[in-house]
Design a protein around this ligand. Structure first.
Ligand code: 7TS
Length: 406
């Protein structure tokens, strides 16, 4: 078990509502270890300067740290080259950039495929691209809480130009078989875009083995700072893509009426980038690499296997998604009796347990599941079996408070 790493996270050592904090809102954002906080302070204390501009020493150091961070990210997701790594604000920006690229390619009668379990940031950019081009947006539905591969096969055709899917659902925690999907998508000549916001923090990612065309994720969900994320794209596709933003840093020559762009990856990074964010993300990746992503995944599997029967034993508790543990990762969305999920989350907060309640930015999914909202507990490396016990105990207390003794 990884439990000893909890002491690396100063924020977790606090009392909330007279109880020790149990942080189970990791799908929304994760906490930062001291090692990442130290690197951020070190960067600002020693090397802060703008990148790719000055010839002075600090600027060179800052540029070196920023570009080393890009290489760290490339290695982490096994990209062929750091040219394929674009720094963004987060998953949302990355998906918007790809959908913007899609607008240049899509024509009326073309089709884009997403699924009913997507986060809004993998729905709305595609709605916009389809509305602007006349292309049709089609949805894959679910079977037993997972993508229904038969439906995917049915809707894929030579009309399909883009397929964009979450690697792991932020509500149901199920993992999509991306490698198999990539084969199907490429067989009809379409591009596969993967929303890796919930997978990259929790499992080994190999973009070459998965053979994805684009892959987006966020630093803050994997121990890094907010405001930094990554869009991976195959080099030949990024070469085809036009920049989405224009300004300083991304140009080669600027004339009165036109300008030329720098080569990859800089043509996409207009303006002063989030340098400290990239350096902090690299520190987070170093931290995760020290643990080993296989161990991160194994730890979460152990926690879920531990808490699952305890949750199942609570009368009136409904868990959404697959009931097959081998198909699940560390996200559990549930409801308790007929209680409103916000009431449950508020009651859990009184016990020091932080969970999220609501639609989790996946309104089409909740409509599909026919539930207005759920409570969601999501786990990460610093969570312990004691945290699981505390969650179960707090749920039982909540149930008894509202409905009387079990
Ligand atoms: N895609 C998925 C699958 C997500 O879970 C999220 C964030 C995003 C995209 C967007 O990431 P961002 O960093 O650009 O905001 N998910 C959540 C969540 O589940 N609760 O809060 C944020």
């Amino acid at each position: 078990m990884l439990e000893e790493c909890k002491s690396d996270f100063p924020i977790l050592d606090q009392i909330v509502n007279d109880e020790p904090l149990v942080y189970l809102d990791n799908a929304a954002t994760t906490q930062k270890p001291q090692q990442v906080l130290d690197v951020l302070a070190d960067y600002y204390q020693k090397d802060n300067a703008n990148v790719h501009r000055g010839v002075h020493t600090l600027s060179e150091r800052s540029t070196a740290r920023y570009e080393a961070a890009r290489q760290t990210v490339a290695d982490f997701i096994r990209a062929k080259s750091s040219k394929e790594i674009l720094f963004t604000r987060g998953t949302t920006t990355g998906l918007n950039w790809v959908a913007q690229f899609a607008r240049d390619l899509l024509q009326a009668d073309d089709e884009v495929i997403i699924s009913v379990q997507e986060h809004h940031s993998n729905i709305i950019p595609w709605q916009q691209a389809c509305q602007k081009t006349g292309a049709k947006l089609r949805y894959v539905t679910l079977k037993n809480g997972e993508l229904d591969m038969d439906v995917l096969k049915e809707v894929l055709s030579e009309k399909t130009k883009f397929v964009s899917l979450a690697h792991i659902s932020n509500v149901l925690g199920s993992v999509a078989p991306i490698k198999e999907i990539a084969e199907l998508v490429h067989a009809v000549g379409a591009y596969l875009v993967v929303d890796g916001a919930q997978s990259t923090p929790h499992m080994v990612i190999d973009v070459q083995d998965l053979d994805v065309d684009f892959f987006a994720f966020s630093g803050h969900k994997m121990l890094g700072p907010t405001g930094i994320g990554v869009l991976y794209g195959k080099q030949e596709l990024l070469e085809l893509m036009s920049p989405v933003e224009f300004g300083g840093e991304m140009i080669e020559f600027v004339y009165e009426q036109y300008a030329t762009w720098k080569e990859l990856p800089w043509k996409f990074e207009a303006g002063t980038p989030n340098i400290a964010g990239a350096v902090g993300l690299a520190a987070a990746i170093d931290y995760l690499n020290d643990i080993g992503m296989e161990h991160v995944q194994q730890h979460e599997e152990e926690l879920i296997a531990y808490i699952w029967p305890k949750l199942q034993a609570i009368p009136g508790l409904t868990i959404y998604g697959s009931q097959d543990l081998s198909k699940r990762t560390g996200v559990i969305a549930f409801n308790l009796d007929n209680l409103h999920p916000h009431d449950v989350a508020t009651a859990l907060d009184y016990e020091g347990v932080a969970v999220r309640a609501g639609h989790h930015c996946a309104q089409p999914l909740l409509r599909y599941l026919q539930v207005p909202a759920t409570v969601r507990a999501s786990f990460y490396i610093y969570n312990t079996k004691a945290d699981c016990d505390k969650l179960v105990e707090a749920i039982i207390k909540t149930k008894e408070f509202f409905n009387g003794p079990i």
